[in-house]
Design a protein around this ligand. Structure first.
Ligand code: SAJ
Length: 415
């Protein structure tokens, strides 16, 4: 059983490692030589809970190897990024070149699976034709399916195995073939459907979450007008058995929620009104946070940033609202120091500092990611070193006990 995984990022690498752990002979392919070198040493280039141990094990046993081009396999899985272009349409160039790269190695009865998130109709209109134009009859000679990944960064290894899996076939035999592949380790349900439904379901999952978060962010803005304690309201409303308001924050980041809704908007611009508005609201939040800082500090002061990743306990800063907030604060003339225990210096243009450096002389600690490390901080040290011990916790993640610290979150921001 030979499997080739093209794209060794946040999804491809854990997927390759899990298949290798379940008895597949896996070849990982990436265009980045550093990724290949690291992996062949049994090491990982991304931070994900449990991944380093698993990779070390499967590489040392010889079940997982990495290379810069595919080779023959019975199953090909493509997990390359689908970023958006400047005009917010999907950039399918990595997906197209990954598909083309496997054509020379394709043989009868092979299965090709696209895990990358894609706009509706991409399997039928883009990937399918690349394969059939090469002389293959899909559903007879070779098989093609979209099996969108739905795992939560930070909990990927567990969710890969336990979540339900949607298998969208180009045709029903393709769906069946791809389902068999995932049944090697998926404990959740493996549901066969058509490619278009799988594409749309994946996008709607993230869009649902984005719209729901925008509702919470809108509530935060309404609360400012009405002097309402936002977080209390959400907690109370969520006591209703059929209500699940999400949580307001500094904006929505990451490579999924902040990107995927545009794939629907691109294909149904006039109809996707609520989805577009939700994106606008969530995109407005970084500026909204800066406005709150301005109200408190009128454009000058030392702001210490805690956390720049798009969410807690991950090292990913893609589309992170923190980056916009920091740039804006710097433009306005604030002195900004930044601490993030998950981010390596080389992955950001900003200079990173230790917690001690950040609190030194700070007028305000602005919390932008809910890392576990921030739940409890050394409050005494903060009080002693800060110029004013104020915390603005946009993620409502801290437990502050000392009353000498002025602690602000969405509950008391406007009081
Ligand atoms: N956020 C809020 N308020 C909330 C929840 C999240 O502001 O109540 C923010 C986070 O801080 C972050 C962003 O939203 O900036 C996205 O974080 P997330 O934890 O909601 O999701 P991701 O992007 O890490 O992963 C999502 C997941 N999708 C769903 O839960 C529907 C995951 O299951 C998908 O596999 C992943 O997108 C993906 O790859 O598509």
């Amino acid at each position: 059983k030979k499997l080739c995984v093209i794209g060794l990022g946040y999804i491809g690498l854990p997927t390759a490692a899990v298949f290798a752990n379940y008895g597949w002979n896996v070849q990982g392919v990436d265009v980045n030589d550093r990724v290949i070198e690291t992996l062949n040493k049994g090491e990982v280039h991304i931070e994900e809970f449990g991944l380093a141990t698993l990779v070390k094990e499967v590489v040392s046993k010889g079940y997982l190897t990495a290379d810069n081009k595919p080779s023959e396999a019975s199953v090909f899985i493509i997990a390359v990024p689908t970023p958006h272009n400047e005009n917010l349409t999907a950039n399918l160039s990595y997906l197209i070149s990954a598909t083309e790269s496997l054509l020379p190695y394709l043989k009868k009865d092979d299965t090709i699976i696209i895990e990358s998130t894609i706009p509706p109709r991409t399997i039928d209109d883009v990937v399918g034709p690349i394969i059939s134009n090469n002389g293959w009859s899909i559903g007879e000679d070779v098989f093609l399916a979209h099996c969108p990944e739905r795992v939560l960064p930070g909990n990927i290894l567990k969710e890969l195995i336990n979540n339900n899996r949607i298998i969208g076939g180009f045709d029903s035999l393709s769906a069946h073939k791809a389902a068999e592949v995932y049944k090697t380790f998926v404990k959740g349900e493996v549901i066969e459907t058509v490619a278009l439904s799988a594409e749309m379901a994946k996008l709607m999952e993230n869009t649902f979450r984005d719209v729901n978060i925008s509702l919470a962010n809108e509530l935060a803005k309404i609360s400012e007008k009405l002097n309402v304690n936002t977080l209390d309201v959400i907690e109370l409303a969520n006591l209703h058995p059929r209500v699940n308001l999400h949580t307001p924050g500094p904006g929505v980041g990451g490579h999924c929620l902040a990107v995927d809704p545009y794939f629907i908007i691109e294909k149904a611009h006039n109809e996707a009104k609520l989805i577009s508005t939700a994106r606008e609201i969530n995109n407005s939040m970084p500026m909204y946070i800066v406005e709150q800082i301005d109200k408190l500090y009128q454009g000058k002061g030392h702001i210490g940033i805690l956390g720049i990743t798009y969410k807690g306990n991950v090292d990913d800063i893609r589309e992170s609202p923190a980056l916009k907030i920091i740039n804006e604060l710097l433009d306005k003339g604030y002195e900004v120091k930044i601490h993030d225990p998950y981010v390596k210096d080389e992955s950001t243009i900003f200079k990173l500092s230790s917690f001690e450096e950040v609190i030194e002389g700070s007028e305000c600690l602005l919390v932008l990611s809910d890392h576990n490390e921030f739940i409890k901080i050394d409050e005494e040290k903060f009080i002693n070193k800060a110029s004013k011990p104020v915390i603005f916790d946009t993620k409502n993640c801290m437990k502050i006990t000392n009353n000498d610290i002025k602690y602000i979150n969405y509950n008391n921001l406007y009081l």
